[in-house]
Design a protein around this ligand. Sequence first.
Ligand code: FRU
Length: 475
Amino acid sequence: MNRDSELKQAAYQEVEAFRDTVESDPYRLKHHIMPPVGLLNDPNGFIQWKGTYHLFYQWMPFKTGHGAKFWGHYSSNNLVNWKHEPIALAPSEWYEKNGCYSGSAIEADGKLHLFYTGNVKDENGERETYQCLAVSEDAIHFDKKGVVAELPEGYTAHFRDPKVWEHEGMWYMVVGAQTQDLKGRAALLRSEDLLNWKHLGDLTGSKTQQLDEFGYMWECPDLFHLDGQDVLVVSPQGLEPEGIKYQNVYQSGYFIGNLDYQTAKFSHGVFTELDRGFDFYAPQTTVDDKGRRLLIAWMSVPDQHEDKHPTIANKWIHTMTFPRKLSIKGEKLIQQPVEELMLLRKNEQVIKNIVIEKDEVYQLETVFELMLDKMTMENSFKISIKKNVELSYSKKDQLFTLTRISYADGLPESRQCRLTELNKLHLFVDTSSIEVFINDGEEVFTARMFPEIGEKDVVFSSEGETVFDLKMWDL
Ligand code: FRU
């Protein structure tokens, strides 16, 4: 057996060996993408190809920690029901032996092309990085073409996560990078044939014309055109907390601006975090045949208490967010849950004009969707979910807060954002996750949550009167 088959075989054996253990975990999610065993991180190669959505993912089958990653693979016809496909990439070749790291997918000549980073560590632990290509005609068998881009001068080996797109007959690749003096950057490369890539420079980054100090490494960049503007999504590492901003270990956010393809410079506005919750990183987007710009992210953050997740006991860890649809409103990226999620709805309950003055307790199924619309309030309002997560809004402070009981130390911890008014709250609660869309996607909070098993209480409370229309569904 060759190395590739051996590795895949070993991964499948791991899936078989721990299937019952993994499936028995009460925190297994009902509707989110998870690894069959081991660790999942970044979404990779998100694409709609020949009508079918494909989502690949960073996968470590052999433990619940990071290591030599595989590309696992899911496919779907509706972004809601996902089918697990055979392993796409295993780290079998010399140029990827320590991991087929993150990357993207495009279609060219009717074939599916995967660009990814080959991660290599030599015997002294020195890192090497290669941008690699694998091509498929059926989205099942991937033919590795090897290295297509070497590390350009001026960077450390932290140069990875290629995202490729086409613009006016040329191919472009944005890569997450670190300069030799440890500045995080988004590098741009160009190619005519997808095989030969020329480094054009840095689009933007820490200590450039555009930005002051802004992190020591930028991971998982994504660049796309949306509603007449260019958007750079990126996950910078090394930002210090600033008031209520940048509270997670690493950030994930975007710049809106304009990319000059001639000079390879991206002029842009401020950095805004995409998600205000605890668990959101390395998002990736694609555009589908409905013309929608869709985003999926890893529902975690590297080095942020990953080793404390309770699911580790059952041999798996991490999940993806639900897919979101992006649009631009003013200076902001708006994120809405894709409408296909409505397919999950069961047992609709509608109550118009609820007036909350004191605690109002509901018992909801474990996995549910709630929509509070046309909200008006006197002072402040709070929803407590399964005695584990609280969402609250104070009109006076114009602050929205998500508080959860930490799975790391059992103490409450919070994330916040400024919000001038709260009109609509739309939330999805799965077995061990919550995604909250505020005012039709103006702000989003995503978090893992690990409530007591069987806990069903959802409590609305208010200081002064809060009034809204309520819709509830089991999912
Ligand atoms: C982001 C990241 C990427 C890398 C991958 C490895 O979470 O560190 O930069 O390609 O994960 O799994």
